[in-house]
Design a protein. Structure first.
Length: 110
């Protein structure tokens, strides 16, 4: 089964530290899940940037929109790869999503 590691862990560093000869199917499943988490983490900030642009047809807005679609495509491809090797992509788990810490979230004005 695909393992969900805490978001704020050094899981990627640990996975990359495994010698190639010791990498098995579980290692690959966990690595792909980590890749999904990276893609999920990038979509939110790009979407926030896009929503902050007042002119939705501006070149920068179009560029950011393309980046968001690219990140979503990457995530879909990784989910497909994980499913193909018998894993289950985990998307709807609080451990998968980065915690956004802002002054407003802590009860202070931003």
């Amino acid at each position: 089964m695909t393992q969900v590691l805490e978001y704020e862990s050094n899981a990627i560093v640990e996975l990359l530290g495994v010698l190639p000869a010791d990498r098995d199917a579980e290692w690959l499943k966990n690595s792909l899940q980590q890749a999904i988490m990276v893609e999920i983490a990038t979509i939110g900030p790009y979407a926030s940037a896009l929503w902050s642009i007042k002119e939705s047809n501006a070149a920068v807005a179009k560029n950011i929109r393309e980046i968001i679609f690219d990140e979503m495509t990457h995530m879909g491809l990784v989910c497909n790869m994980l499913t193909t090797i018998g894993g289950t992509p985990i998307l709807a788990d609080p451990k998968v999503v980065a915690e956004v810490r802002t002054r407003a979230a802590r009860g202070r004005a931003a």
